[in-house]
Design a protein around this ligand. Structure first.
Ligand code: TXA
Ligand code: MG
Length: 353
């Protein structure tokens, strides 16, 4: 058991004296949770294998799931990657700091515990001022997965981090809510063509505007015997404890199906939660369900930002089931669908899209 200290820090202009305390903790091999623009990360000095091992212990994360290394700038890539292809420089130039993680050949200096024994390393430069200030002050790359218990919904506030990790980590920098709301896009640059291993905050369309067509690696079932291209692609990840059923299809049909399903379940005495768009709300007025409206379906940035907090709120109510709608595959829709599918016990297709 550790005592977990929480320090409030300004998100836009972090106080140097608070950052200094956190940077010192990182240098001492401690575990520090901090906000990034996507979700909160649980950080340790990437060059200190004993400290990195503690990340796995605190999260209950299996050792075969590699961590993302955070750097203060594109120039720092050389400290963690053995070979930096031109395309990586181009992407870093265009998208960093920001929610894009690049998978590259790993430098010797990166301890193998960080990469789960693999010879590639995932690197990103976050755009959150608190994360950047911490990286600069610590003067070392910081290995940081999302700051949640393994398999659970990622944290977008310091309170979520406390809910999952209080007593297991040393320090939390509380910089308020994060603003992207879903994790970074993980792009593998070690193969013949760039491949998205995890859709996220940098859209496929944005990447394709620089790279041309990119491959999207399909999710694999955890029951599959094949090795996982990205271990984070396992089923039932980012998941609430309450069973979640995801309805995929044209919005109007999905709305009808949700209403029918909700009525059926409530008539059986089940307590039902809905994760829907603002535009869906009126269709459910007067129904005996708990509604979380995550934003207009036309405003996916808002939907992405509200997704995890809404899931956590619904999960806290001890409902029998959460019924969720899908938001398509354009822009951030792809990342939102990916997280909902992984959170889901059942995916219910309503019609061909
Ligand atoms: O936005 C984010 O990416 C957040 C913030 C904290 O930066 N971090 C995050 O880390 O989501 P984590 O550990 O929860 O997810 C990292 C993902 C996992 O799916 C992991 O399997 C994959 O990146 N990954 C890490 N290293 C890899 C590698 N060398 N090759 C392939 N996938 C890798
Ligand atoms: Mg995670």
């Amino acid at each position: 058991m550790r005592s977990t200290r929480v320090l409030v820090v300004r998100a836009d202009e972090p106080e140097p004296e608070i950052i200094a305390i956190a940077a010192e903790a990182i240098r001492e091999g401690k575990l520090v949770a901090f906000p990034t623009e996507t979700v909160y990360g649980l950080g340790a000095d990437a060059f200190n294998p004993e400290a990195v091992v503690e990340i796995f212990r605190a999260k209950g994360r299996p050792a075969h799931d590699p961590l993302i290394v955070h750097v203060a700038s594109g120039a720092e890539l050389q400290r963690v990657a053995r070979h930096i292809p031109d395309v990586a420089c181009q992407l870093a130039e265009r998208f960093w700091p920001g929610p894009l993680t690049l998978v590259l050949p790993k430098a010797e200096s990166v301890p193998s515990v960080v990469t789960a024994g693999g010879d590639t390393v995932a690197v990103r430069c976050p755009s959150h001022p608190v994360a950047l200030a911490l990286l600069r002050a610590a003067a070392t790359p910081i290995a940081a997965p999302s700051a949640n218990r393994f398999g659970h919904t990622s944290p977008t506030t310091a309170e979520h981090v406390l809910d999952d990790l209080q007593g297991r980590i040393d320090l939390i920098l509380d910089g308020g809510p994060t603003w992207v709301g879903v994790e970074s896009t993980v792009l593998d640059l070690t193969g013949e063509v760039p491949a998205i291993l995890r859709p996220g905050g940098t859209t496929r369309e944005a990447l394709e505007s620089v790279l041309g067509p990119v491959q999207i690696v399909e999710r694999v079932k955890s029951t599959s015997a094949a090795p996982l291209p990205s271990p984070g692609m396992m089923e039932r990840h980012y998941a609430p404890h309450t069973p979640l059923w995801l309805f995929v299809g044209p919005a109007a049909l999905v709305r009808e199906a949700l209403l029918k399903q909700a009525r059926e379940l409530t008539s059986l005495g089940k307590r039902v939660g809905l994760l829907i768009a603002e535009d869906d709300g009126p269709a459910f007025a007067g129904e005996l369900v708990v509604r979380e409206e995550v934003g207009s379906a036309a405003d996916l940035e808002t939907v992405a930002k509200n997704l995890y907090p809404a899931l956590r709120r619904l999960d806290a109510l001890g409902l029998d089931v959460i019924l969720a709608r899908d938001f398509g595959v354009q822009g951030l829709g792809l990342a939102i669908r990916d997280r909902l599918i992984r959170a889901a016990d059942r995916v219910i297709p309503i019609a061909h899209e």
